[in-house]
Design a protein around this ligand. Structure first.
Ligand code: HEM
Ligand code: SF4
Length: 560
C-alpha cells in the first residue's frame, strides 16, 4: 500500500517543548557554563596570564557576555573572511562595547570612557547606532582596570554582546523633549536594573534587543528591535505603551508586529520579563541563523505569542490598545540646535561615521559641563547630543564643537551617514567601511555643494547590516565580487529607498548592479544627480524611489 509519508519536521530546540540537548556549539557553550561566569576567570586568570591562556570557548563565546570580541587581525583581506580559520582571523586585541542605556551619559561617565580609550584603546572610539560606545585595541591584561574605571562611574560592559538582553534603546531627548508623550526613562532604567545580569535571562536563544521610548518622533527604532515599548496616548489622555515584537535586520529582515496591548508605565518591567521569558523558552535553538525572536513570531503569529505570554508568564491578560500614529520624523538625526521643554537648548552634532577620538570625547564632556548641564546623550544614528544649554552659551558651544570637526551643522551627506565597523576591526567583514564612508562624504561635499536634501547613506561591510542598509535611502552592502580580469575586489550591492516610521519599508535591492569600492563616489554622485533631474514633484529621495516600478528602478540605478 502506498503511504503518503510527511517529512518529519525537525525539532527547533525549544526548551518549552522539552528539547534541552544543545543542538549547536553555541548552545553547548551556554549550557556548560553561564557566559556571565567568565568574568571571574578574566579577573583571576586570563588578565594575569595573558591572551594565550584563554580557553577557546570562553574566547569565542562567553567573552561576549562581558562586551568583548576579538578584533580582526590587521591586513587579512575580505576575500579570506569566509575561508579563514578563527585563529587566522582573530587578533590578540579586543573590541569592548560599553553599554549606555538609553544613550544617557554624564560628563564623568564620558570622561571615563575617554580615559579608557586614550589609555588602553589607542585613542579610538566608535559611537554606535545602538547608543553605545565601542572601543578597540583592548588587551586582556587591562580589562580588570577598565572595568574598575567604568563601573566606578556607573557604566558597564555586562551583556553588551552575546545571547543576552543587549543595551536598551531610548529616546536621546527623554525628559527634555517638549513634545514627548511620556518620559520612558524610569521604565527603561528599571528594566536595565532588574534584568541585565539576571541569570534568568543570560541564556537566550540569540541576541535580544529592546527599545523603550515615549517620544512622538519614534527614533528608537521600534520596528527593528526584538521587543519595543512605544509611547501612546489614549483617548482619555492616559499615557502608556504600545508593544511591538519580532523586528530585526541582518540577512533576513523583519519588521516588528504589534501585540495589540496597552501597558501602563509601571508594568513595563513585568511585561518585559514575560515576553523575554516566552522567547527564552519557546525560541528556536537549533540554527543560529534562525534563532532570533523574529522567526518564532513569523511562524506562530502575534496572537499565539500574546496568549502564551499572558497565560504562562504574565499571569493576567493585558487590555487591548491602539497604535500611536507613525512618525514622519522617525529617522531624525538630532544634529543642530533645538529648544527643550524648559527653554534651554540641546545641541546635537555629527562625528564622521561615528568615529571619534578618546581625547575628543573628553573634550565633549568638558564642553557639556562648561556650556550645558553636563549631560550628553548618544543617538541611534551614531550622533551625540549635549543637553541643557542656556541661550547665551549656544554660540560658543557650537563654535567649539565645529572647531573639533564635530559638526552641529553638517552637510546633508555627513548628517545622513552611518558606517559599521567593517574590515578595520570586524572578523565578519568583507570590505572597508568607516574610512570609505568618510571619503565618500568628503568627495560628495566637494562635488555637490548645493545638495541639501536629507539623504541617508549607510555603509555596511557585509550582509549582517550592523549599519542598517535596509533602512537607508542609499544602503550599501559590502561584498567581494569578481572583476572582468578574473581577480576579486571589494564592492557594494545597492539597496534604495528604505525607511522607518511613516516612511517605513525596507530598501529595494537594485538587481544586477555592483559597484566596486573605488567607484563608490562616482556611483552615488550619479544617483543623486539623476534624482535631482528626475524627481519632479517628489519631496524626498525615498518618495521618488518608491514611485518607481522595478524596471524603472533598475534603469534609474544602472551602472556601467
Ligand atoms: C552574525 C553576526 C552579526 C549580525 C547578524 C549583526 C547584526 C547587527 C545588527 C542588525 C545591528 C543593529 C543595528 C540596529 O538595530 O540599529 C548590529 C549592531 C552592531 N554591530 Fe553587529 N552583527 C553581527 C556581528 C557583529 C560583529 C562581529 C561586530 C564587530 C565589530 C559588530 C558590530 C556592531 C556594532 C558596533 C553595532 C552597533 C551596536 C551596538 O551598539 O550594540 N557586529 N549588528
Ligand atoms: S555589518 Fe558586517 S562588517 Fe559591518 S560590523 Fe556588522 S558584521 Fe562587521
Amino acid at each position: 500500500m502506498a503511504t503518503t509519508k510527511q517529512p518529519r519536521k525537525r525539532g527547533e530546540g525549544q526548551w518549552a517543548l522539552g528539547y534541552y540537548e544543545p543542538l549547536n556549539p553555541a548552545e553547548r557553550a551556554k549550557r556548560d557554563d553561564d557566559g556571565l561566569h567568565v568574568r571571574a576567570r578574566i579577573e583571576t586568570t586570563y588578565s594575569r596570564n595573558g591572551f594565550r591562556s584563554i580557553d577557546k570557548t570562553d574566547l569565542r563565546s562567553r567573552f561576549r557576555w562581558w562586551g568583548l570580541y576579538t578584533q580582526r587581525r590587521q591586513g587579512v583581506p575580505g576575500g579570506a573572511t569566509a575561508t579563514a580559520e578563527p585563529h587566522e582571523l582573530e587578533d590578540e586585541f579586543f573590541m569592548l562595547r560599553v553599554r549606555i542605556p538609553g544613550g544617557r551619559l554624564t560628563g564623568d561617565q564620558l570622561r571615563a570612557i575617554a580615559w579608557v580609550s586614550e589609555r588602553f584603546g589607542r585613542d579610538v572610539a566608535d559611537v554606535t547606532d545602538r547608543q553605545n560606545v565601542q572601543l578597540h585595541w583592548i588587551r586582556i591584561e587591562d580589562v580588570p582596570r577598565i572595568w574598575e574605571a567604568l563601573e566606578g562611574v556607573g557604566l558597564s560592559t555586562q551583556e553588551a554582546c552575546g545571547d543576552t538582553p543587549r543595551v536598551m534603546l531610548g529616546c536621546p531627548l527623554a525628559g527634555v523633549d517638549a513634545h514627548e508623550i511620556l518620559d520612558a526613562t524610569p521604565a527603561l532604567i528599571e528594566c536595565e536594573r532588574r534584568f541585565v545580569g539576571d541569570p534568568a535571562f543570560s541564556n537566550l536563544p540569540r541576541k535580544y534587543k529592546t527599545s523603550i521610548s515615549g517620544c512622538r518622533q519614534q527614533c528608537a527604532q521600534h520596528e527593528i528591535n526584538d521587543l519595543s515599548f512605544v509611547g501612546v496616548e489614549r483617548p482619555d489622555a492616559t499615557v502608556g505603551f504600545d508593544v511591538w515584537i519580532g523586528g530585526g535586520l541582518s540577512t533576513s529582515p523583519h519588521l516588528a508586529q504589534r501585540l495589540g496591548v496597552f501597558v501602563e508605565p509601571d508594568l513595563v518591567p513585568d511585561v518585559w520579563a514575560a515576553v523575554t521569558g516566552t522567547f527564552r523558552d519557546y525560541g528556536y535553538r537549533r540554527a543560529r541563523n534562525h534563532a532570533r525572536l523574529k522567526f518564532l513570531v513569523a511562524d506562530k503569529g502575534v496572537g499565539w505569542f500574546r496568549e502564551v505570554m499572558e497565560e504562562e508568564y504574565l499571569g493576567y491578560a493585558l487590555p487591548d490598545g491602539a497604535a500611536p500614529p507613525p512618525s514622519p520624523t522617525a529617522q531624525r538625526d538630532h544634529a543642530g540646535v533645538f529648544e527643550q521643554h524648559d527653554g534651554r537648548s540641546y545641541v546635537g552634532f555629527a562625528p564622521r561615521a561615528g568615529r571619534i577620538a578618546g581625547h575628543q570625547l573628553r573634550h565633549v564632556a568638558d564642553l557639556a559641563d562648561r556650556y550645558g548641564d553636563g549631560r550628553v546623550r548618544a543617538t541611534t544614528q551614531q550622533k551625540l547630543v549635549i543637553l541643557g544649554v542656556p541661550s547665551e552659551h549656544v554660540g560658543p558651544l557650537v563654535s567649539a564643537l565645529e572647531d573639533e570637526d564635530l559638526r552641529v551643522h553638517p552637510s546633508a551627506f555627513r548628517k545622513g551617514l552611518m558606517a559599521c565597523t567593517g574590515i578595520e576591526f570586524c572578523k565578519l567583514a568583507l570590505v572597508e567601511t568607516k574610512g570609505r564612508a568618510m571619503w565618500l562624504v568628503h568627495e560628495l561635499e566637494e562635488r555637490m555643494p548645493g545638495f541639501d536634501e536629507d539623504v541617508r547613506i549607510h555603509v555596511n561591510g557585509c550582509p549582517n547590516s550592523c549599519a542598517r542598509f535596509q533602512t537607508a535611502d542609499i544602503g550599501l552592502m559590502g561584498a567581494v565580487q569578481p572583476r572582468p580580469d578574473g581577480t576579486r575586489g571589494e564592492s557594494f550591492l545597492v539597496h534604495l529607498g528604505g525607511g522607518l516610521g511613516a516612511d517605513g519599508g525596507f530598501a529595494r535591492k537594485v538587481r544586477g548592479v555592483r559597484v566596486f569600492a573605488e567607484d563608490t563616489v562616482d556611483y552615488v554622485e550619479m544617483l543623486l544627480t539623476r534624482y535631482t533631474h528626475r524627481k519632479g514633484s517628489h519631496a524626498t529621495f525615498n518618495a521618488f524611489v518608491r514611485s518607481l516600478s522595478d524596471e524603472q528602478l533598475a534603469e534609474f540605478a544602472r551602472w556601467r
